[in-house]
Design a protein around this ligand. Structure first.
Ligand code: GDP
Length: 487
């Protein structure tokens, strides 16, 4: 299904096949209309159904979003603690948290849920997402305005009485799941908690019965650090719509990500200056994401994993041993045989080693290899704006590569591969720190992110299940056996 010309985009299509709309002020967000110029892999074409759905959603955000009478009414309703029979507008507030990759996947997930349930999407800007991302909806804001009246909404947890799971367990809702609940019983809001420590009741979110219960609740506040999209395919009520929106189910994040996530001008400056200075001149551009943790020592085994993965799959040339004669020394660096390697990592060591390797030794095939790393922040930092901006710029730079090598189970890499439309070579986690996995890496079957906590139990049916037996294009993830992945 891949590669036929009507499914891929043209290089010069600044609106990405109709995914984006004209009409935004270009100065306020350069990346929105410039990104197509920077991508060598133009990516997949969105379906007309998805495009129509997006246009309707933008109209919904304009009609019901902050600043409208409908929004003020809905806030009053929320303050009163009562629900109305058929609210004119319904909302989902997304509370992204954890690392940037997690936050981006969480926002994409909440957005798809908003599309499926005709809810206005609002994101909490308190973790700085507003400084990283441009507004995606023409003529409307997606930022939750200050003064949201739910006390403590930003820190709700497993124990909060109003989580969907607790309300279900305590029979506040859903005593008779088969029947619709009457408005008198409908709470004004519910917290949807889909973190790894969420209860079985919370995790039941994905079934039709649960969606029926949630439908009439005007305000939902969702917290997850996960890409829940494969789970959304489990509800019959959503599946038909999803199939129409995404005839290629392996491109869900690809489209949602390119629609939603435009770097702000500051971040776009980081991306474009780096790209133009170090990468744009090369014939080929390979991205290598080395996800390490602050306290981890430099690992010769991981370095070997990187070199054997890239050399085995011909992403990088082998090098000649010292003294080995070169077949034909290149007289002058020619662009045709040049390769720029972008390494991203919290640590500088892997980049330094690779760079020295291609300086001290000749590439066996004569190509010119330059190795670059924009930053090495040493530790993951929380709530530091400049740190997040660099992380976002590096994710984006990786997404511009022709070929990508990623570290398994990393949402940082998932976002890059999805935006880029790339199936990466994934470096598997070794069994222990002193071995190099064999094979060192494998080609991902899909560019989609893995849902690490795919639903595996249905409380209504009291049944354990494997999502892949319900939806054929949801499979287990190669890098995380319990996860769910779209093919
Ligand atoms: P995950 O933890 O690998 O799933 O990815 P996340 O993006 O959710 O969290 C990791 C965070 O650590 C990032 O958001 C950055 O803050 C930081 N980080 C990890 N690797 C890199 C890197 O290669 N470059 C930069 N600039 N930051 C990184």
């Amino acid at each position: 299904r891949k590669g036929s010309s009507d499914l891929t985009l043209r290089h010069d299509d600044r609106l990405l096949g109709g995914l984006l709309v004209d009409g935004f002020d270009e100065e306020s967000c350069h990346s929105r209309y410039q990104s197509a110029m920077y991508r060598r892999n133009p990516g997949r074409r969105p379906s007309p159904y998805l495009i129509a759905k997006l246009r309707r959603h933008e109209a919904l955000q304009r009609r019901c979003g902050p600043g409208t009478a409908a929004y003020s009414d809905a806030l009053e309703q929320l303050k009163s603690g009562k629900s109305v029979a058929s609210p004119e507008c319904r909302y989902i507030v997304s509370l992204p948290y954890q690392g940037l990759g997690n936050r981006i996947l969480a926002v994409a997930s909440a957005f798809l849920y908003a599309l499926l349930t005709d809810r206005v999407l609002l994101i909490d800007p308190s973790d700085g997402m507003d400084e990283l991302l441009c507004e995606p909806f023409l003529g409307a804001t997606w930022l939750l305005p200050p003064g949201f009246p739910l006390a403590g909404y930003a820190t709700f947890s497993n124990d909060t009485a109003e989580t969907y799971g607790n309300m279900l367990r305590n029979k506040v809702i859903g005593a008779d799941a088969a029947a619709d609940i009457s408005p008198a019983q409908t709470p004004a809001f519910a917290y949807v908690y889909l973190h790894s420590d969420a209860s079985a009741h919370d995790k039941n979110f994905f079934w039709d019965e649960d969606q029926r219960l949630l439908r009439d609740i005007q305000w939902l506040v969702m917290r997850t650090d996960n890409y829940i999209v494969p789970g959304l395919f489990l509800a019959n009520a959503f599946r038909g719509e999803l199939d129409l929106m995404f005839p290629e189910p392996d491109a869900v994040f690809h489209h949602l990500g390119r629609y939603l996530f435009h770097p702000t001008n500051h971040v776009w400056g980081l991306v474009t200056r780096y790209h133009n200075a170090y990468l744009a001149g090369a014939a080929q551009h390979v991205g290598i994401q080395v996800r390490v943790f602050g306290a981890q020592p430099n690992s010769p085994e991981l370095l070997e994993q990187i070199t054997s993965c890239t050399q085995r799959h011909k992403l990088l040339s082998e090098v000649l041993a010292a003294g080995e004669p070169m077949t034909m020394p290149p007289p002058l660096a020619s662009r045709a045989k040049s390769k720029a390697v972008l390494v991203t990592s919290l640590k500088p060591w892997y980049h330094e080693k690779l760079k020295s390797m291609y300086w001290e030794h000749a590439a066996a095939n004569g190509e010119v290899v330059s190795v670059h790393q924009p930053s090495h922040e040493e530790f993951q930092r929380f709530g530091v704006r400049s740190h997040d901006a660099k992380a976002w710029a590096e994710i984006y730079l990786l997404s511009l590569a022709d070929a990508l090598v990623t570290t398994s189970q990393s949402t940082f890499g998932y976002v890059a591969q999805g935006l880029g439309g790339l199936r990466p070579w994934v470096m598997y986690k070794p069994d222990n720190d002193t071995t190099v996995p064999d094979p060192p890496c494998g080609r991902a079957v899909s560019m989609e992110p893995c849902f690490f906590a795919a639903p595996n139990y249905n409380l209504w049916k009291k049944q354990w299940l494997d999502a892949s037996t319900i939806v054929p294009h949801v499979q287990r993830c190669a890098d995380f056996a319990w996860g769910g992945l779209m093919l």
